[in-house]
Design a protein around this ligand. Structure first.
Ligand code: ATP
Ligand code: MG
Length: 723
């Protein structure tokens, strides 16, 4: 986006404000100029929602209607907030607060805590999962890794939906939550977890919002102070607001209604955490006098990309889908989306890396390319493939240490202090190296104790603390080292790691890609099981997965590639199918779409890899060595997508077989093979034969029974016909 420039002729305030409106279409302009009363923008991806609200704030500030300090803009991530602050500054509206709900609440809580409660704000819980494990132990419930993660998710869900432990079982049942354990047990762990926090004087991420809400509810004086400060509220990505965030927003507003919300129900991708598009869709009911604006012009993507996005939405079901808006691309036509099928995941990653290299060669900047995946564990194989192809990349949310801004800045300070030596006023009388480092970094924000809260400040502190530790270790390992020696050491370490990337390809999860855009987007790993992910079972969960794909598709401006691999690892069983969401959209799939011609829009088939590589876990991607795990094609403790009921039926059948044959059960099938069958649920002999441990003889002997059980029939009941 081009920043609005100030005209050198010092225009009047009104002229300068009007200049902000030039880059907007009539509907966007309506959003920008309706500065009073409730405004709701319902619009699809890439239609300029974020642009409209940024320009709205800038217009309000430049026209003198809004005081910068009285505006609070709420966005979804810290990154989006930072971006918005940058855009606002460029539009001449610096000084406006743009924050996430969490960071805005934390700031208010820190400020008002001494007055509302007294003393300092309690520390923030860092390892929540560990605390939940302890709470479980107190309740004499042992949770494995996955259960622990899921129970933690349930506690978070309960808190953002403002459900107390006692109400959890009923609420979870009503919301159709798939609780990992008995609901009463979870309620007990939840209660113990809350008690543990109280005992240790700690608060968690959700408490920050809950406590702010509590203080605003109980303390009218404090609520009034905050309301006197903020008079205008703007919320981006409103479709993913949680009930707790909504409550906070209402308390900030009080009985006023200068609120502008924008969102796209079709991009609701956080309902698993308790978020809901209902607040967006019901906005008109709550505010009958609201100005509602719909935007349909898509400025981001080509007609080809938009066509696919509309096609995806056309198949969507549910409340969000009932409010879908057909997008109309405003851009020149571009290339058709490319669908690419590969034999296995490393081949897919290699193929993607090759394409990316070609794009960069053809002039697309690396920073304008993204590879998006469903779960973070998928990133590793792409990191490797891009590194092998010599393509720079950056992982969203996980920057390399020496490339972090605060680390670079700190090293620059250390370098300068080393140069000035004893003449540096910071180092007056400080002789010992670690003490010198602490003195220099104190000026950069390092403190002996970590700051309260999580988020960016905490992350920066961690980086500086790591530098301090590094200096301490360095001084301990060698005698009489100077600051200059340390700087040389740091430079060497930085050089030994990857060369700093100025601009790299972005690797990110689909969830983290929300609101962002790139010239070229690669959506990878699009198999059934990954998207929709296996644990999405209910219709609502499946619809959320579909929206996730919609979010992915609509990130692309020009080039879009969708790919999948038929097997997890080289030489593995080609048991995977492309995502069902692409049916009818990708060439050659059921329900039409262009045929596979190999030309534009056709499916490209990646070459089968020549060498047989190691067998990788199909869940986490780790190399497998254990024979049993290789048979399962996943680590024992990685989540299984097995149909438990089917497994039980197979086991019962096996016991009977073993009895009648007078042989031990494993001679029929081993546990691992049985599990693999229950995971694959084969529908014909061909699929069954692909499973490791099912040889020709076993197929002949037991195949019909096993297939019948898999088809939900009684063994021996198979009709012999072709299923
Ligand atoms: P998302 O739903 O993905 O958050 P959005 O609706 O917020 O998308 P923006 O990010 O604001 O959309 O805009 C998408 C792209 O279109 C941006 O590059 C933006 O600069 C551009 N754009 C939006 N409106 C206009 C316009 N009126 N003229 C030119 N470009 C525009
Ligand atoms: Mg946006």
């Amino acid at each position: 986006m081009t920043a609005a420039t100030h005209s050198p002729s010092f225009p009047s305030e009104a002229e300068s404000a009007d200049a902000v409106l030039l880059g907007l279409d009539p509907e966007q302009r309506e959003v920008a100029t309706t500065l009073r009363g409730p405004v709701c923008v319902l619009a699809g991806a890439g239609t300029g929602k974020t642009r409209a609200i940024t320009h709205r704030i800038a217009y309000g500030v430049r026209s003198g209607v809004l005081q910068p300090a009285s505006v609070l803009a709420v966005t979804f991530t810290n990154r989006a907030a930072g971006e918005m602050r940058g855009r606002l500054r460029a539009l001449g509206a610096g000084g406006v607060q743009a924050r996430t709900f969490h960071s805005a609440a934390l700031r208010q809580l820190q400020y008002f805590w001494p007055r509302a409660v007294g003393g300092e704000l309690p520390r923030l819980v860092e390892r929540k999962i560990q605390l939940v494990a302890e709470a479980g132990a107190r309740c004499r419930v042992r949770l494995d890794r996955n259960e622990l993660r899921d129970v933690t998710g349930e506690i978070e869900w309960a808190k953002v939906t403002q459900t107390v432990p006692g109400d959890y079982p009923a609420a979870a049942h009503k919301a159709g939550r798939e609780a990992p354990r008995d609901a009463a047990e979870i309620a007990q762990i939840y209660s113990a977890y809350e008690q543990l926090k109280r005992d240790r004087v700690m608060i968690d991420f959700e408490d920050v919002l809950l406590l702010t809400v509590g203080i605003l509810q109980d303390r009218h004086d404090i609520a009034e102070t905050i309301r006197a400060q903020y008079q205008h509220f703007v919320v981006d990505e409103y479709q993913d607001v949680s009930p707790l965030q909504q409550r906070l927003l209402e308390l900030w507003l009080g009985d006023r209604d200068d609120l502008c919300v924008v969102g796209d129900a079709s991009q609701t991708i956080y309902s698993f955490t308790g978020a809901t598009p209902d607040h967006l869709l019901d906005f008109r009911n709550r505010h009958p006098q609201a100005t509602v604006v719909k935007l349909v012009r898509d400025y981001r993507s080509t007609p080809q990309v938009v066509h696919l996005a509309n096609g995806l939405l056309g198949q969507a079901r549910g409340r969000a889908a009932d409010h879908r808006l057909e997008l109309v691309s405003q851009r020149e036509p571009g290339p058709e989306p490319v669908y690419a099928e590969y034999a296995d995941e490393p081949a897919e990653a290699e193929g993607v890396a090759r394409r990316i290299r070609d794009l960069i060669k053809s002039g697309v900047p690396a920073g304008e390319i993204a590879v998006l995946f469903r779960i973070n564990a998928q990133s590793e194989v792409y990191e490797q493939a891009l590194a092998d192809a010599g393509v720079p990349y950056q992982l969203r949310g996980a920057e390399r240490f020496f490339e972090r801004q605060e680390v670079r800045r700190a090293i620059a300070e250390l370098r300068s202090a080393a140069r000035f030596g004893a003449n540096d006023p910071l180092l007056d009388d400080v002789v010992e190296l670690p003490a010198q480092v602490r003195a220099v970094l104190s000026a950069n924000g390092w403190t002996p104790q970590p700051p309260a809260g999580s988020g960016a400040v905490r992350d920066q502190w961690e980086s500086l603390a790591a530098l301090v530790r590094l200096a301490e270790d360095f001084a301990r390992a060698r005698r009489e080292v100077t600051l200059a020696d340390l700087v040389v050491e740091l430079d060497e370490r930085a050089a030994a790691q990857h060369a700093p990337t100025v601009q790299g390809v972005t690797l990110a999860s689909l969830h983290a890609a929300k609101g962002l855009e790139w010239d070229a987007v690669f959506l990878v790993g699009l198999t059934d099981g990954m998207l929709p992910i296996t644990y999405a079972k209910s219709d609502d969960q499946i619809e959320e997965e579909r929206r996730l794909l919609y979010v992915g598709v609509t990130r692309a401006r020009l080039h879009l590639t969708l790919s999948w691999a038929l097997a997890r690892s080289p030489g593995g069983r080609a048991s995977r199918r492309p995502s069902r969401f692409l049916n009818g959209l990708r060439p050659g799939s059921l329900g039409g779409g262009p045929r596979s011609t190999g030309g534009a829009g056709g499916i490209e088939r990646g070459a089968r890899r020549r060498h047989r590589g190691p067998v990788l876990c199909r869940v986490c991607g780790k190399t497998l060595n254990d024979a049993g795990e290789m048979k399962l094609m996943r680590c024992e403790d990685c989540p299984s997508d097995m149909d438990e009921g089917l497994y039980e039926r197979l086991r019962d059948w096996r016991a009977e077989q073993a009895k009648s044959l007078g042989q031990p059960a494993y001679c029929v099938f081993t546990d691992k093979t049985l599990m693999a069958i229950a995971e694959a649920a084969p529908s014909d002999g061909g699929e069954l034969a692909m499973i490791s441990g099912v040889g020709g003889r076993k197929l002949e002997r037991f195949g019909a029974d096993v297939l019948a059980i898999c088809a939900g029939q009684e063994p021996g009941e198979a009709d012999g016909g072709d299923a």
